[in-house]
Ligand binder design. Structure first.
Ligand SMILES: [Zn+2]
Length: 189
């Protein structure tokens, strides 16, 4: 979050990005967080948290859609090397969420493998329909974050780590307009 403050203000440090750092992490890595975010070209976690080499595991899928391979990749750090933090990061004006919302609302499947993303986002769509709100796509994007973070927090692999305080699973939301990351759920106390 400190790195995100620097991103918002423009006062960037670009940490961990020199040849010394490259050599330091060449044999072993110890990232402090695992981030699941969207493929959107405007939401690269390393930039918007002002981090560098070896700092983060990063998974990116359309609308932070998950399936077994993605979930396994998110779990890899926490389960094998005590990574203490998972962040599910959604964002403003998410094209994947918007496309899934429209597809489900109109009952028109998307072509090919895109439909797999729509299926993965269906629970968030249903929650957004229940919640309503001025901008249902925005509601759905936030629901996708909180549902995905809650699913990770309560799955059989990660629950033991969360219970003993070794892992926090945080849901967060990124504003394209301001560059600011807002924590939605699961912030460690
Ligand atoms: Zn997106």
């Amino acid at each position: 979050m400190e790195g995100n403050k620097r991103w918002v203000s423009g006062d960037l440090q670009h940490p961990d990005r020199d040849p010394n750092r490259r050599q330091f992490v060449a044999q072993e890595q110890e990232p402090f967080g695992a981030i699941l975010s969207c493929i959107d070209s405007r939401v690269p976690p390393e930039l918007l948290f002002d981090t560098g080499l070896g700092d983060l595991y990063v998974m990116r899928t359309g609308g932070e859609a998950v399936g077994p391979v993605v979930t396994g990749s998110v779990e890899y750090g926490p389960m094998t090397s005590d990574t203490p933090l998972i962040v599910v990061l959604g964002h403003q004006r998410c094209g994947a969420v918007k496309a899934a919302y429209t597809s489900l609302r109109d009952g028109k499947p998307l072509p090919g493998n895109l439909q797999a993303i729509v299926r993965a986002l269906q629970p968030a769509y249903e929650q957004a329909v229940r919640e309503g709100g001025a901008d249902p796509v925005e509601t759905m994007a936030r629901a996708q974050v909180t549902l995905t973070a809650a699913d990770l927090r309560s799955n059989q692999d990660l629950t033991p780590l969360v219970r003993k305080g070794a892992l926090a699973v945080v849901g967060a939301y990124y504003s394209l307009d301001t560059g600011k990351v807002e924590v939605l759920a699961g912030a460690p106390s």
